[in-house]
Design a protein around this ligand. Structure first.
Ligand SMILES: CC(C)(COP(=O)(O)OP(=O)(O)OC[C@H]1O[C@@H](n2cnc3c(N)ncnc32)[C@H](O)[C@@H]1OP(=O)(O)O)[C@@H](O)C(=O)NCCC(=O)NCCS
Length: 175
């Protein structure tokens, strides 16, 4: 990955971050990613999602990472959801791994994944779980040492309404 890309862990999510993160989310959904949203993907839906996420970060429930280019523009993001039921204190969920289409295939996804794992471990997590409906993401997680559990057919929808299967992964974390 280029040295010009910086991975940051956001302590707070302000208006600048909400706008940059919304740009990435909208681009990914318009590009066909199955990441909770349907078309039409409006800016209002994206901003509402990131404002809710910002409040969750402020409560310490999750961490949000960003990848920024040399001009400070957000080009990618990933989250670790730390808040879990009391019988799963060691587990976190990896979520919303998103890289803008114009910034893909440069190693940003891999860098966000590695940073998310480090953050999860330093927060005391020893197990991460995720699900994905993306072949590109499946290769990324496989390269990162994640274990594929299996696939649930018809789990969700692509943004255009087509049903999609979802594949579940886990990874044990250690120093
Ligand atoms: C999945 C996703 C996050 C991957 O992001 P990315 O930044 O492109 O990931 P990487 O660059 O680390 O890896 C992608 C590919 O580029 C290749 N690559 C990495 N660095 C490279 C470089 N410098 N030059 C050429 N190729 C490179 C990788 O080997 C990989 O190849 P492969 O797809 O053939 O296996 C991205 O495709 C995305 O946002 N998809 C839409 C949202 C989505 O579905 N997210 C998953 C939700 S769980």
């Amino acid at each position: 990955m280029s040295d010009a890309i910086q991975i940051r862990c956001l302590q707070t999510i302000g208006e600048r971050e909400v706008q940059g993160l919304s740009d990435v989310l909208i681009d990914c959904v318009e590009g066909g990613a199955s990441v909770s949203f349907m078309l039409p993907m409006t800016r209002a839906k994206a901003e509402a999602f990131w404002r809710t996420t910002a409040a969750s970060v402020a409560r310490g429930e999750r961490v949000v990472l960003t990848a920024e280019d040399a001009s400070g523009r957000i080009v990618g993001t990933a989250q670790v959801i730390l808040a879990q039921p009391e019988n799963q204190p060691h587990r976190g969920d990896l979520a919303k791994m998103l890289v803008h289409r114009r910034a893909r295939r440069q190693g940003i996804g891999a860098a966000l994944l590695a940073a998310a794992e480090r953050r999860a471990l330093s927060a005391g997590k020893t197990l991460l779980v995720l699900d994905t409906a993306s072949d590109d993401a499946e290769r990324l997680y496989g390269r990162g040492g994640w274990q594929r559990c299996g696939q649930v057919p018809n789990y969700a929808l692509f943004p255009d309404g087509t049903p999609c299967a979802t594949t579940f992964y886990f990874k044990f974390l250690h120093d």
